[in-house]
Design a protein around this ligand. Structure first.
Ligand code: ATP
Ligand code: MG
Length: 267
């Protein structure tokens, strides 16, 4: 029997109240388990796709399923199996939460009230912070951290959580190379050691290129899907990123150079 796909979209379209079709004619399937990347330029519908399969936005047409659960009919089930790091952290920065409170949220939110952190929860939260080299900041107020440090803490919160699918929307945005490396290594290690799938939205496939199994290239509809080297095709990439985008081969891997990947500084 075929295993249940990680994600399966059928003729999906999503329309915002202002009438804009953010996604249309989206049909694809991704086998489970996977480390999947969703790429595409600004406004191509990456975050919209994620919010739709998490059940936060309803499709206008068609459907999308996560591990066989329909995003509309089974959104509660989906919430249980997914750990989600949204694109811009929605945590109120004026609330004086400490780093430990943020990471422990990953453990506590799915428990029934009253919610107390057990010694096991604390150990798991500390271990997760250690994965991204942030354990020293356990007692630090979260709002005092830099943008890159906050991203690392939010990734640690996802690592500390439960659920077989991690969904991260641009976890590398606004981070320097050191933070990027720490986050990417932590995710790679975590996936190797645990029976989980990772779905990551990213502007730049290059840092995670060697970890990723499936890539979905979006521009409001599916432009390309497959393993990284097949999606890293000059014609497909030019179609979404414009004529200056190029593919470079190095050590058997294909890398994409676009203006916003930061690698390409000249035309
Ligand atoms: N809440 C909203 N109301 C109306 N339109 C929206 C809303 N959110 C997104 N859109 C529109 O839907 C389209 C897709 O947006 P989305 O945020 O999914 O893109 P994205 O690929 O995640 O972009 P980015 O790389 O900038 O994060 C855009 O044209 C955007 O303006
Ligand atoms: Mg987005």
């Amino acid at each position: 029997m075929e295993a249940v796909p990680l994600i399966e979209a059928n003729n999906l379209a999503v329309r915002y109240p202002n009438g804009e079709l953010a996604l249309h004619d989206v049909s694809f399937g991704i086998k489970s388990p996977s480390f999947m990347a969703i790429i595409g330029p600004n406004g191509s519908g990456k975050s919209t796709l994620v919010k739709t399969f998490l059940g936060l936005i309803k499709p206008f047409r068609g459907s999308i399923k996560v591990s066989g659960y329909d995003s509309v009919k089974k959104s509660g089930k989906i919430r249980k199996i997914v750990r989600y790091v949204p694109q811009r952290d929605r945590i109120q920065l004026t609330v004086p939460m400490k780093v430990k409170d943020i990471v422990l949220m990953g453990r506590l939110l799915k428990k029934l009230p009253p919610r107390f952190a057990s010694s096991k929860d604390i150990k798991i939260a500390k271990d997760a912070l250690q994965q991204v080299d942030m354990e020293e900041l356990w007692e630090r107020p979260f709002p005092e951290l830099s943008g890159g440090q906050r991203q690392r803490v939010l990734v640690a919160r996802a690592l500390a959580g439960e659920g077989s699918i991690l969904v991260l929307d641009e976890p590398l945005a606004g981070t320097d190379v050191e933070s990027q490396d720490l986050i990417v290594e932590a995710l790679g290690r975590y996936r190797k050691e645990n029976d989980v799938s990772i779905i990551m939205v990213t502007h730049d496939l290059n840092p995670i290129h060697t970890l990723v199994q499936d890539v979905l290239l979006l521009k409001n509809t599916v432009i390309g899907i497959g393993e990284p080297c097949s999606v890293m095709d000059p014609d497909l990439i030019k179609k979404v990123y414009g004529p200056s985008a190029r593919i470079v081969e190095h050590s058997g891997h294909r890398y994409c150079m676009t203006k916003d990947s930061g690698i390409d500084s000249h035309d």
